[in-house]
Design a protein around this ligand. Structure first.
Ligand code: C5P
Length: 240
């Protein structure tokens, strides 16, 4: 059931959207993009797109089919053969719900091979754009505001200090029974950040027209509130 606040935002939002609106949320691992993007999409009545999950889905299929991740041709062929789609906030891989399974450490580790592959990226970017056609969308990832939707009306860059991001990750892992140390999580996160930022194709960076929001010390609801306020303000400005 929507809270009164959600209903008010929705009514205001309905009055504002006169044409399709794309909202992008990029940022480093652990900045809270996924839950915030989902919350914002719910709040506004928009479609939600988690693009990291699509890279993870390809890694998941590669592991299951035992493919050689160093074999560039095989990886691209695999990615192009898969049916990856978002239905009601769940990610379906060839019709199977893999939304939770793709969060495993093994899949997180192998996803970098998928994310570094230019052919796979080109294919997934095409799928992401196709998913957004004719819809109001909140999409999150690393390259949404810079590469995939450079003309998006509203772009956010979500950050938090490395320590805060690692603490959040540790809480999530503990909830799954994983007791890895804070130092280990921080080191793995730094490695992932460096890789995302230095990749030759579609590296993680803030789009020139993105609004930076530092989420240190903020709850997920507070971040969604802040973003929803900015979106409504911007959409009023765009109204004819
Ligand atoms: O956001 P998430 O952790 O699920 O992303 C998994 C991996 O996919 C990231 O480490 C990143 O390297 C990659 N990714 C990407 N481009 C995106 C989204 C994710 O390269 N748009």
């Amino acid at each position: 059931m929507d809270s009164t606040r959600d209903q008010v935002v929705r009514i205001q939002a309905d009055a504002c959207w006169e044409k399709i609106m794309i909202i992008t949320i990029d940022g480093p691992a652990g900045a809270g993009k996924s839950s915030v993007a989902r919350g914002l999409a719910d709040r506004l009545g928009f479609h939600f797109l988690d693009t990291g999950a699509m890279y993870r889905a390809v890694a998941c299929a590669g592991i299951e089919r035992n493919i050689d991740f160093q074999d560039s041709g095989a990886l691209e062929q695999l990615a192009r053969s898969l049916d990856i789609r978002w239905i009601e906030g769940r990610l379906l891989l060839d019709g199977r719900d893999v939304t939770d399974a793709i969060r495993s450490l093994e899949i997180t580790g192998m996803t970098r091979h998928v994310a570094d592959h230019p052919g796979v990226r080109a294919h997934l970017v095409q799928l992401q754009r196709a998913t957004a056609v004719g819809r109001n969308v909140v999409t999150e990832g690393r390259d949404q505001g810079t590469v995939v939707f450079p003309d998006a009306q509203c772009k956010f860059y979500l950050t938090a200090s490395p320590e805060e991001r690692a603490r959040r990750r540790q809480r999530d892992l503990e909830a799954q029974g994983d007791t890895r140390s804070f130092e280990e999580i921080l080191a793995a996160q730094e490695e992932r950040d460096t890789r995302d930022r230095t990749r030759s194709i579609a590296p993680l960076r803030q789009a020139a027209d993105a609004i930076e929001v530092n989420t240190d010390g903020m709850s997920q609801d507070e971040v969604v509130d802040r973003l929803a306020e900015i979106v409504l303000e911007l959409s009023r400005r765009y109204r004819p």
